[in-house]
Ligand binder design. Structure first.
Ligand code: UGA
Ligand code: MN
Length: 308
């Protein structure tokens, strides 16, 4: 690419009539050098051998909001050093859009296909969302990691980068508040004089650990000691089932985020969008940029039919 630019630049400077072309090349060169400089600086800050690695396991599935959600989370993680991002897709086929986006982020990552078993997918009652994905991620960690920390980060939450500084040094299991959970607006351990007292969560449901998936992190060495710690296919009881398997008592947890006084993660939920109408197909847009944008859109097939 650079050689090509150089030849073009050389040619343009020799032919006086090609001044416009030269200006265009200079503009392009300028943009390219900005992009390269920015990428080099960013990549330099992404790894430091002295920091433990955080294995972020993110369940995801194909829908209109998938790439927007991964964009938000990915660009948060791009600001955090020593991350290994395990993106576990509830799908039987790889999604090229996801792969392309992960490559762009430049974060060390692993893309897994972890479909929800058919018997759960077809059930009408509440489905165990993200369970096959998280178990696939845990299996990968067990097979590839020896130390560091595991964190389950759903693709639709909002994360403050300070969360990762907090959880990176988890010795066994750490916990911290999660905002916007249930009608209570918050899920958090309740501490009195710095010690565990009880739980604050809008739905206790007989759980020993009434916490949100985003509200805890686990040390890898500790996880490896507990052989059968996987997540149950039990909607609402995934966190509790997994944490019980970790053989830890509430009093033994490490409470982060300044003694659970700060919120660094929120259970934001994204509004579901409808497929778009077919305005973009109108012939007046032929030969324009909209034909490119159309490729990444989902147009409602019933509307499309009516037009033809
Ligand atoms: C809530 C909790 O925050 C989750 O931690 C918990 O797993 C879930 O309920 C549950 O108990 O079922 P909620 O916001 O209701 O989460 O669920 P989603 O955000 O829709 O799904 C959780 C994760 O699973 C997301 O990362 C999502 O991308 C993924 N997912 C969802 C799938 O992989 N497949 C699906 O069919 C649906
Ligand atoms: Mn969610």
């Amino acid at each position: 690419m650079l050689l090509c630019l150089f030849i073009m630049y050389d040619l343009c400077t020799r032919v006086p009539a090609a001044h416009n072309c030269m200006r265009a090349v200079e503009g392009f060169q300028d943009r390219l050098s900005h992009v390269i400089r920015e990428e080099l600086v960013r990549k330099k800050t992404q790894y430091d051998a002295t920091l433990p690695i955080i294995y972020v396991i993110t369940p995801t599935y194909k829908r209109l909001e998938q790439i927007p959600e991964l964009t938000r989370l990915g660009q948060t993680l791009m600001n955090v050093p020593n991350i290994h991002w395990i993106v576990a897709d509830d799908a039987t086929e790889t999604n090229p859009e996801v792969i392309e986006y992960l490559d762009f982020c430049g974060i060390p990552h692993t893309y897994l296909l972890t479909p929800m078993p058919k018997k759960y997918k077809n059930q009408t009652k509440a489905k165990p969302k993200g369970v096959a994905n998280r178990n696939g991620g845990l299996k990968w960690v067990r097979e590839h990691a020896t130390e560091g920390v595991v964190y389950f980060a759903d693709d639709d939450n909002a994360y403050d980068i300070r969360l990762f500084t907090e959880i990176r040094y988890t010795k066994r299991v750490s916990m911290f508040p999660v905002g916007l959970v249930t009608g209570f607006g918050l899920s958090s351990p309740v501490l009195k004089d710095g010690k565990f007292s009880t739980w604050y969560d809008g739905w206790i449901g007989g759980r020993k650990f009434p916490v949100d998936m985003a509200g805890f992190a686990v040390n890898v060495q500790y996880l490896l000691q507990v052989k059968d710690a996987f997540m149950p296919y039990a909607p609402g009881y995934e966190e509790d089932g997994f944490l019980k398997k970790l053989k830890i008592e509430p009093e033994e947890l490490e409470f982060l985020a300044e003694g659970c006084t700060k919120i660094y993660v929120w259970h934001t939920q994204t509004k579901k969008n409808k497929p778009s109408d077919n305005k973009i197909l109108e012939s007046k847009f032929d030969g324009t940029n909209l034909r490119h944008l159309q490729q990444v859109m989902t147009i409602d097939p019933t509307i499309k039919k009516k037009k033809t």
